[in-house]
Write a protein that binds this ligand. Structure first.
Ligand code: UD1
Length: 370
């Protein structure tokens, strides 16, 4: 019988797969790890394609919850995890980020606290301070319940203090995104992606948008598309459209066709995404992961949100916040297109990008489990 500590790791959505891909092999080396996929994301384009591209081993079980109402989704994931925890008897449950899968993992681990099960939260303490956001609620609950909070930036210690979380539970390790995207950027052939999409290096803007607060609003989503078509008159716009965004756009009667410099694409795999982020003049997105990838690859981003968790990149000056409307988006894009010096200044901003994060995470979990 193995003398290694048992760790039950829970993933379920595209960002969790991407951000945990470099961590899972480290945990496999250090612990007896059981990897559980909730099945929150399930289609090839949101799920299995990333396992292939990131050479990530298969999960040990898939709970196959699929797309259902949020509360039911959390409940069903908990039901599945309950069985897994009872059978595997982990010393720790490891969760990442802020999705419904993350919340279900946190709640289920907490129910087994009396059995000695510890909870580890990766990408802890990120805050948007928008309490209407599902992700903000998920993160706060997960953090309150965690024994080990692995934060991204030094100021996360202050967040913990304000929320009454003891400093000894917190370790600042950084984000796993940089390790993953630098690894991918070093092996891909960008030209293949650019040729397939039909754009040239530096001559396009790369766009993604999927957050409920943006795409579930008829006004915001309609204005976003109108602004992107306007920007496409000046520079090609490549928009990789998330399934939620596509569904809402169809409901709101938004035209999804490509043409006149506007390239409407299905969600992309990791290889293509990194190639486009790296070669774009700038990006426009509401994704937290993409924001970090763009910073790592030194591509400025207009963040399509009212507030952001990673204020570091806005304060440093590489990215800026642009609450999405037709006027704000076209103005912000015009400013960058009209002023190449500003673009160059943003690209040259000095940033602290940590690497070696997966190993640091493994070490902190090992210390916790003794
Ligand atoms: C979820 C996360 C969000 C994360 C995002 C990344 C929550 C509360 N939200 O939002 O934090 O940033 O994932 O994508 O957990 N769909 C597919 N194929 C799939 C999965 C979903 O087509 O594999 C479609 C379904 O129509 C579904 C919709 O996308 O209704 C939304 O999926 P869902 O998982 O509910 O939320 P996301 O918007 O993806």
């Amino acid at each position: 019988m193995s003398t290694k500590k048992r760790v039950l790791t829970v993933i379920g959505t595209r960002p969790e797969i991407i951000k945990m891909a470099p961590v899972i092999p480290v945990l496999d080396r250090l612990f007896e790890q059981r990897l559980i996929h909730s099945g929150q994301h399930y289609s090839t384009e949101m799920d299995s394609s990333f396992f292939e591209e990131l050479a990530l081993r298969k999960p040990d079980a898939n709970l196959q919850v699929g797309s259902i109402g949020s509360a039911t989704q959390v409940g069903r994931i908990m039901e599945g995890l309950e069985r897994e925890i009872a059978a595997f008897k982990p010393h720790a449950v490891v969760i990442q980020g802020d999705t419904n899968t993350t919340l279900a993992g946190a709640l289920c681990a907490a129910k087994h606290r009396a059995d000695g099960v510890k909870l580890v939260h990766i990408e802890a303490l990120a805050r948007s301070y928008n309490e209407l956001q599902a992700e903000e609620i998920n993160r706060r609950i997960a953090d309150q319940l965690s024994h080990l909070l692995l934060g991204l930036y030094p100021h996360d210690i202050e967040v913990a203090r304000r929320e009454g979380i003891p400093a000894e539970r917190v370790a600042i390790v950084g984000n796993t995104v940089a390790d993953g995207c630098l690894r991918m950027a070093s092996v891909i052939d960008d030209a293949v992606t650019l040729r397939r999409v039909g754009v040239n290096r530096g001559e396009f803007v790369f766009v993604t948008c999927h957050r409920q607060e943006t795409v579930d609003s008829r006004v915001t989503l309609t204005e976003l598309f109108r602004a992107l078509r306007e920007i496409a008159r000046r520079i090609s716009v490549v928009f990789a459209i998330h399934p939620r965004t596509r569904t809402r756009a169809l409901e709101f009667g938004v035209d999804l066709s490509s043409g006149n410099g506007f390239h409407a694409l299905d969600p992309l795999g990791y290889r293509d995404t990194i190639a486009l982020v790296k070669n774009a003049r700038f990006c426009m997105s509401d994704s937290g992961g993409l924001l970090e990838e763009a910073a790592t690859l030194r591509t400025p981003m207009l963040i399509l949100r009212n507030e952001v968790e990673q204020t570091y990149f806005v304060d440093a000056g590489i990215h800026s916040l642009v609450p999405p409307s037709y006027r704000t988006l076209t103005q912000a894009a015009d400013q960058l297109l009209d002023d190449p010096h500003e673009l160059a200044r943003r690209r040259d901003v000095q940033l602290l990008i940590r690497t070696g994060v997966p190993e640091a995470i493994g070490q902190k979990i090992a210390e916790l489990l003794g």
